[in-house]
Design a protein around this ligand. Structure first.
Ligand SMILES: *Cc1c(COP(=O)(O)O)cnc(C)c1O
Length: 269
């Protein structure tokens, strides 16, 4: 007897080599429509309102010319994982009105000054040292910053982010930094085409968010769950994602492998 393996929508789209480069405004309009369609269908399956899921386009490695095309197609916020690259793009595209920048990658304290200048949002906060320097720089700039606490939900030793058991205490301590507004949690799931291994990472982030809401003063303001990327955002939406960070499905496959951007995936425990 033969058995056909049922593939989830996330698995069907997990191969990034299938994303062609977007080179025209029409390409970006089509890709945006396609991604919004995937978001809508995932919400429908999960019984959620699509308006509760924010699409954050991720433009890392994408050059200015193609970013401008995506802006023309409607992208008004962009996620970048390297601070210097993001800061350079922000300066080069200061003429684009209403464009917001979100830093989604690890930050070293010596680059906090740049983030304080231009970012609307920082999604990878995982140390009090960084929080302290950001606070000082933001105070000097007279700015505030929305932050997400990054959690290592996959247990991979090489990944950034706090261990899950430290999140509640960490968020309590962030109360000392008033320029930082804690909006929610962010995670990178296990990079795996297997839905069954990815889903628990997302479920864990949601459980932690719910705990924060119950246990931390003003926890009711901590609502966001940033989880899910081009290959796995349907599963993330099913587990409650409120922000999906999508690069390749909008801009096209990146030349460099993911291991270039994130510490190499070690053995998951
Ligand atoms: C690159 C990146 C993404 C987007 O990944 P895609 O596969 O391009 O959708 C999401 N989150 C973070 C932190 C990233 O660095």
């Amino acid at each position: 007897m033969t058995r056909t393996v049922q593939r989830s929508p996330a698995e069907e789209t997990a191969d990034p080599s299938r994303y062609p480069q977007a080179l025209t405004v029409a390409d970006f309009r089509r890709n945006l429509a396609e991604v919004h369609g995937r978001i809508d269908r995932a919400c429908q399956r999960a019984g959620r309102d699509p308006a509760t899921v924010r699409l954050l386009p991720v433009s890392k490695t994408v050059d200015e010319a193609r970013i401008r095309l995506s802006y023309e197609a409607g992208c008004r916020e962009l996620g970048e994982n390297k601070v210097q690259e993001a800061h350079g793009k922000w300066k080069a595209m200061a003429d684009l009105t209403g464009l917001r920048w979100s830093v989604i990658g690890h930050l070293q304290t010596n680059k906090a000054k740049l983030v304080a200048q231009f970012a609307s949002e920082f999604q990878a906060l995982d140390s009090l040292r960084v929080a302290e320097v950001l606070e000082r720089r933001l105070q000097a700039e007279g700015r505030g910053l929305d932050v997400f606490v990054q959690v290592n939900t996959s247990g991979e030793a090489s990944k950034y982010g706090l261990p899950p058991e430290e999140v509640v205490r960490f968020v309590r301590e962030l109360a000392a930094y008033p320029a930082l507004q804690v909006r929610g949690l962010m995670t990178l799931a296990l990079l795996s085409p297997e839905n069954a291994r990815v889903r628990p990472c997302f479920a864990l982030l949601r459980t932690l968010r719910d705990r924060l809401q119950a246990e931390v003063p003003h926890g009711n303001r901590i609502t966001e769950l940033s989880m899910g990327m081009s290959g796995d955002f349907e599963t993330a939406i099913d587990e409650g994602a409120t922000v999906v960070r999508v690069g390749q499905a909008l801009y096209g496959a990146r030349a460099l492998p993911d291991s270039h951007f994130w510490p190499a995936a070690a053995q998951p425990c």
